[in-house]
Design a protein around this ligand. Structure first.
Ligand SMILES: Cc1ncc(COP(=O)(O)O)c(C=O)c1O
Length: 484
């Protein structure tokens, strides 16, 4: 181990070294994958082929943000039709004209023109990476939400930028509030990340908030990264999501906004790695040149045709939205029935939400292990930020059938009860001790110093002889075991 570290320290560039011990570096934060090892399960039984999703028979995937409904038939047909000798033997153009035009309208609600263009990138993530690389200098400050999407923080830090977090909480409605953004702006600020809908809460910004944030950025010479990748499914029928690019006008120019989106979330095609980055051509040019020097990956033709077909398939989007709404209703019922668990805010768009398990007296990481023990894969909060790192569990609720949500309903109280027995505490601590991050050490301390006798009684009615009284006490007692 020492030898490995010394090799890494000697040869890896500083930017890669930063990731080795980063709390949001993959492998350093806790996921259902950590739970596979803790439970001694066979990886091939849970996530065959080493993929990021859970496809093993009998298991349910509420973990990473793949759209589990999968692609539309029309997209698959288009993909097959475009897999020809002619189309595979050439370097494709950055993005076919038809696709650019459609994406501009459909994803960013704006026309292509002299001041707005779309570039193909390797998923929305490609757009995030190229935006950071093209705009951030060492020492620049980037305003992001905490919690937030895994990569917003480490990706900025490897560019030498400094992340300035804004805590999402009940006071700000789990959204970026312009007055809070304003307070964080100083002479070093370079970028504001407006992820809308917000991963992980699924909340959306209002039109006024977007206009105010855009104005703040404009007046202070800042770039906005507007990531709208979760905006396809209108989960709450009353919610309205507005791409910032669409607010462009003579009075409110949006030339300082870079927008990104992809086809993984809305159209269930993460394997294609098709994404889009849009903005003023003068700025996109910087990103285009960066892309050419680093990966030179233009989206493959079959992927471009599949993306176009998917976006035209209105029925697919309607059907998948119905599924997602149904799932959320089931999930909300489960949360309301499970003592000690709350959903801090209801999602408006997309299919990710957070639950807070802090009132159960155990950590989200222990409950994650317990849930996988009951066949449900989830991701606890430490990969998403410092805030709620051991309280939150993020849930992907796009599974196409209700069996997943039934399993979650049955498994959640059992997972909590097993955690309250202390069954997973040592293994969770061992994981974070090995990861060696400061955030991980805080979770180790939390588990070490909580008093077992002060934990809430088991909330699992199926293992408890005193079901009714226990449920009552779980509902009313405040947790004493978890100081924060
Ligand atoms: C907010 C957000 N942005 C970007 C991505 C990456 O999407 P893609 O697969 O299109 O790269 C994700 C995936 O979870 C996400 O949630």
């Amino acid at each position: 181990m020492d030898q490995i570290r010394s090799l890494q320290r000697r040869l890896l560039a500083q930017r890669a070294q930063k990731l080795l011990d980063h709390p949001q570096g993959m492998g350093n934060y806790f996921t259902f994958k950590t739970a596979i090892d803790i439970l001694g399960l066979d990886w091939n039984a849970v996530a065959p082929g080493g993929i990021y999703g859970v496809t093993g028979p009998g298991y349910f995937d509420m973990g990473y943000m793949a759209n589990n409904i999968g692609p539309s038939k029309a997209a698959i047909e288009a993909f097959k039709e475009a897999s020809t000798w002619d189309l595979l033997r050439v370097y494709p153009p950055d993005c076919m004209r038809d696709l650019k035009t459609y994406v501009a309208n459909k994803k960013f609600s704006r026309e292509l023109g002299p001041d707005f263009d779309v570039m193909g990138v390797e998923g929305a993530q490609g757009g995030i990476g190229y935006t950071y690389l093209s705009f951030l200098n060492p020492g620049d400050e980037v305003i992001v939400t905490d919690p937030g999407y895994f990569h917003f923080v480490p990706a900025a830090e490897i560019c030498g930028a400094v992340v300035v977090p804004i805590t999402l909480n009940a006071d700000n409605g789990y959204r970026l509030r312009p007055d809070e953004v304003k307070q964080k702006i100083n002479s070093r600020t370079k970028m504001i990340v407006v992820c809308d809908p917000i991963n992980p809460f699924g909340t959306v910004q209002t039109r006024d908030e977007l206009l105010e944030i855009a104005e703040l950025a404009r007046n202070n010479g800042l770039v906005i990264l507007n990531n709208v990748t979760h905006n396809t499914h209108q989960t709450n029928p009353n919610a309205v999501q507005i791409p910032m690019a669409s607010l462009h006008s003579r009075e409110t120019p949006m030339d300082h906004v870079i927008s990104v989106s992809g086809t993984s979330k809305g159209y269930g095609m993460p394997a294609l790695r098709v994404g889009f980055m849009a903005g003023h051509p003068a700025l996109l040019r910087g990103a285009f040149l960066t892309k050419m020097e680093i990966t030179k990956i233009h989206i493959n033709y079959p992927g471009q045709f599949a993306a176009l077909a998917a976006m035209h398939d209105k029925e697919y989007v309607q059907t998948s939205t119905d599924i997602i709404r149904r799932n959320l209703a089931h999930l909300k019922e489960t949360v309301s029935k499970t003592p000690g668990v709350v959903m801090p805010v209801e999602p408006d768009y997309g299919f990710c939400t957070m639950i807070d398990v802090s009132k159960t007296g155990v950590t989200a990481q222990e409950v994650t292990v317990g849930l996988l023990n009951h066949k449900v894969a989830v991701i606890p909060g430490d990969g998403l930020g410092e805030v709620g790192a051991s309280d939150y569990i993020r849930l992907n609720y796009s599974w196409p059938r209700l069996d997943c949500f039934e399993a979650f309903r049955e498994g959640l109280p059992k997972a909590i009860a097993e955690s309250q027995e202390g069954r997973y505490a040592a293994a969770v601590k061992a994981f974070f001790e090995k990861a060696g991050t400061a955030r991980g050490r805080r979770i180790v301390d939390l588990i070490t110093h909580r008093k077992p006798n002060k934990m809430l009684p088991s909330c699992d009615p199926t293992t408890s002889p005193k079901k009714a009284s226990m449920l009552r006490s779980c509902k009313t007692e405040t947790p004493k075991g978890k100081g924060k």
